[in-house]
Design a protein around this ligand. Sequence first.
Ligand code: RB5
Length: 170
Amino acid sequence: MKIAVGADHAGFQYKDRIAQLLRDEGHTILDYGTHDETPVDYPQYGYAVGEAVASGLAERGVVVCGSSLGIAMAANKVPGIRCAPVDEPYSAELARRHNDANVLALSERLSGWEMIERCLRVFFEAPFDGGRHAHRIAQLFDFTDAQRERTLRAIEAGAVSDARTPKELL
Ligand code: RB5
């Protein structure tokens, strides 16, 4: 698989180790940096990996920053990206099975290396379950003005809790 990786200065050491681990498993890596401790802005690296995946240059992405949070927020700005910040394997599995996550965000400051390896293994092995999850993912990319109007009207009417999934889709 072609995998895009990127990190800021607080995540590049794990990013390099992750790239090597994935290469050893036979994957092709597109490395968008950064490559040293010189302070950089994490959004640029989240955007780069996000665009690589959204454009089809890469099938999946892995991003790393100090906490995993900022770079995940950046990657998720790119249309088509479903980036999940995770710090344990069960979240990594659900991110694939329920959310069809295409980018994984990891933390160099908060996660030990063994946990990182386990999260990666699950992320690249677990399938998307499809079925009832598919239309929910479609809704994530339907955040239009019309959707916002519907939500605001539902809030005003106190009807948000009635916005249930039709039974046949549960
Ligand atoms: C950099 O100090 C740090 O803020 C960054 O790596 C990340 O954790 C932001 O969300």
